[in-house]
Design a binder for this molecule. Structure first.
Ligand code: SAM
Length: 242
């Protein structure tokens, strides 16, 4: 998978991936990450990338010419998706992450100031994606979130494939609680079932905890989750307790 980030602040993006699983995958060549700076595609002495708004209003906007020239300089892979990170886009979730991971190349455009000229969106962007209903100062952190989430689904990036499959949202539920040594911490014990070595009992405890957490914290997820008959039974019991 190749990630190309169009940004005025390449260091912000590279800094996010100096350490951790994504950084290691880049080192191993499983992923590639490149930044393209629209400022390198300006032709005036001030290397101007922004301008005031037509029609008036406060703030500056990223200009179309340097952004499009930056985009056009990026090599194109056959299955590529050009994304503009925007608070006005579709909200990022695991289903969307899975869709994005089906591409060979993601080109991520980071806005700044008031955002980018609408014509770049109209002419060059396949999808607009938002982190959530709030505004941050630039698209770089949002791009880093997309890169990290998508990378986890690329084979070889996360060492143990099962750990990705057991994560929250992968199968439509939240993850179970986890514990490590010591057995007792400040008077709180690890649940006895996890210490007994009975793998079937541990598996069914975890499944029940996943359902319980999802039921208590994110009941909306249960509307779309595919549950086994056993899970349906557990869910009915939990519903009966309320
Ligand atoms: N005026 C824009 C609006 O209200 O839609 C917000 C501009 S924001 C200050 C600057 C840039 O940060 C945006 O162009 C976008 O790239 C990024 N950004 C801000 N909030 C975001 C969010 N929730 N999700 C993804 N990107 C976001």
């Amino acid at each position: 998978m190749r990630f190309d980030v169009v940004t005025l602040f390449p260091d912000m993006v590279h800094t996010c991936f100096r350490e951790g699983v994504v950084g290691r995958a880049v080192e191993k060549g499983i992923l590639s990450l490149a930044c393209t700076n629209p400022r390198d595609f300006t032709h005036d002495v001030h290397r101007t990338v922004d301008d005031t708004l037509y029609g008036g209003g406060s703030g500056m906007l990223l200009k179309a010419e340097p952004l499009c020239a930056a985009l056009e300089s990026i090599p194109q892979h056959p299955r590529r998706c050009v994304v503009y990170l925007s608070p006005q886009g579709e909200r990022l979730n695991q289903a969307l992450v899975r869709e994005l991971a089906m591409n060979d190349q993601l080109v991520l455009i980071c806005g700044r100031y008031e955002g980018i000229d609408q014509r770049v969106i109209d002419l060059c962007v396949d999808r607009e994606i938002s982190l959530g209903d709030y505004v941050i100062s630039g698209g770089e952190l949002a791009a880093a979130v997309v890169i990290d989430a998508v990378s986890r689904l690329v084979p070889g990036v996360v060492g143990q494939v099962e750990s990705v499959a057991e994560d929250s949202f992968f199968a439509g539920l939240l993850d179970a609680p986890h514990y490590t040594r010591p057995r007792t911490f400040r008077g709180h014990d690890v649940p006895a079932v996890l210490l007994g070595g009975n793998h079937l009992a541990i598996e069914s405890w975890r499944e029940e905890q996943m359902l319980k957490r999802t039921f208590e914290r994110r009941p909306d997820l249960l509307e779309h989750a595919t549950l086994t008959p056993e899970q349906e039974q557990v869910l009915k019991r939990l519903q009966g307790q309320t």
